[in-house]
Design a protein around this ligand. Structure first.
Ligand code: AMP
Length: 272
């Protein structure tokens, strides 16, 4: 992989990179399109990263379809697919850990998650040597973590965010949606519905964060098999809680539908 990247760089060409855990969907493909647009060569990685899963999480059952992923990536214009079986070797002991951003949202219920993400992205960057890397806003906190890490450690890679791609009915696309039964799929829609509702009541003049969270929570818990992990309204850069929508805010939520943990988010603006 490094040899390929060195050869591309010798030709003065820019490498755009989209890291994924595979089982690709339109969300991933939209990032590849952006990569094609921004770089001369497109590299895609497919690696289900053990370091970002907790001991009771779905590492073993995470959906995989390598042949289909290759087909889709090639169709989207990937010049190279990096899909290692293994990345950590024996006695691995060097991790990247951020001080503040992981103390919010998903980092609370997934204590090793962002350490695993930051570490694997660092390793992948050292291997792929990208000029630009594209990450989805669906994993908003992850995007902040990677931006912060790139700034703090002087990574020579530009970090670009891509918008959330949704199903026609509003469900944010996710490889994990494949776990859902038909009934759970209906319950899963309550995440995007609650974000929509938040926008609607803000337009009516309700800007109190606690009230908005209460309304969102009522929508979600009215659906079967849902357990809310968190619903937060917070500063879109620091992730500190906000009391009121007096400036653009991030609303982020994580909900378990059956055994499947789903996340979604939106930027809320103050009423017009
Ligand atoms: P994953 O394979 O889930 O690790 O995701 C790989 C990349 O795709 C990450 O940067 C995600 O944020 C991004 N991604 C996943 N789902 C979506 C989506 N629905 N819309 C946009 N980007 C997404």
């Amino acid at each position: 992989m490094q040899t390929w990247s060195d050869a591309v760089k010798r030709q003065d060409k820019r490498i755009a990179f989209v890291p994924t855990m595979g089982f690709l969907h339109e969300g991933h493909l939209s990032l590849m399109k952006e990569g094609r647009r921004l770089g001369d060569k497109l590299a895609v990685s497919i690696f289900v990263n053990p370091a970002q899963f907790g001991p009771t999480e779905d590492l073993e059952s995470y959906p995989r379809d390598f042949d289909r992923d290759c087909e889709l990536s090639e169709k989207e214009g990937a010049d190279v697919i990096f899909a290692p079986d293994e990345l950590y070797g024996r006695e691995f002991q060097t991790y990247i850990k951020l001080e503040k951003l992981p103390n919010h949202l998903c980092g609370i219920s997934r204590p090793v998650h962002f350490r695993g993400v930051a570490t694997v992205v660092t390793k992948l960057f050292n291997i792929v040597k990208p000029d630009i890397a594209i990450f989805g806003e669906k994993d908003y906190q992850q995007l902040l973590v990677i931006r912060q890490m790139a700034r703090d450690l002087n990574f020579d890679t530009e970090i670009v965010g891509g918008p959330i791609v949704r199903e026609p009915d509003g469900l944010a696309m996710s490889s994990r949606n494949s776990y859902l039964t038909d009934e759970q799929r209906v319950s899963a829609l309550s995440l995007s519905k609650s974000l929509k509702k938040a926008r609607a009541i803000i337009e009516k003049g309700i800007t109190d964060a606690a009230k908005i969270i209460e309304e969102a929570s009522a929508i979600i818990t009215s659906h079967p098999e849902t357990v809310i992990d968190y619903i937060a309204i917070c500063d879109a850069e620091t992730l500190d809680d906000m009391q009121s929508i007096d400036r653009p805010a991030l609303m982020a939520l994580a909900v378990k539908v059956g055994k499947t943990r789903l996340i979604d988010n939106a930027i809320l603006s103050p009423p017009h």
